[in-house]
Design a protein. Sequence first.
Length: 156
Amino acid sequence: MTILNEQIDVVVARLAAAFPQTFVLEKHLPHRPLKIGIAADIRAALPGLPRGVLDRALAAYTKRLMYLQAIVVGADRIDLDGNPAGQVDTAEAGHAIAVLVGIMAARAAQRKPVTKPGDRAVSFSTRGEASGRRSGGGEGIEAQACAASGQRRQPA
């Protein structure tokens, strides 16, 4: 069964509405670590929620950057009522850091290189000469390099 992102968003919204002291709808707001085994508590409280959709929604929620940043050693985990229900241990915090680093690396790899104003791409002709131009002189890069070094450019 394929679970759509829209279904996940609906379930997260439902969890935030049913348990506002535990779940945060807005991704940019601070999150708190959830109790280990909270899925069973949610299924008991909301029996009509399909298990697969709930599992995917919880997986998406716990991969949010704000959630992962909240997983630090000693942080209180919370139950559906917002009460402390255990603490984050070293292994869990380490796992959260590894996931966070992976997400950030994947995002960085997807970004296009940033070009500064004034930067330009240089293309080369089949003769190996640069075809880009800078202000002044109208010379290609090869001619500029020769001029800078004091050498004379050989005709092609």
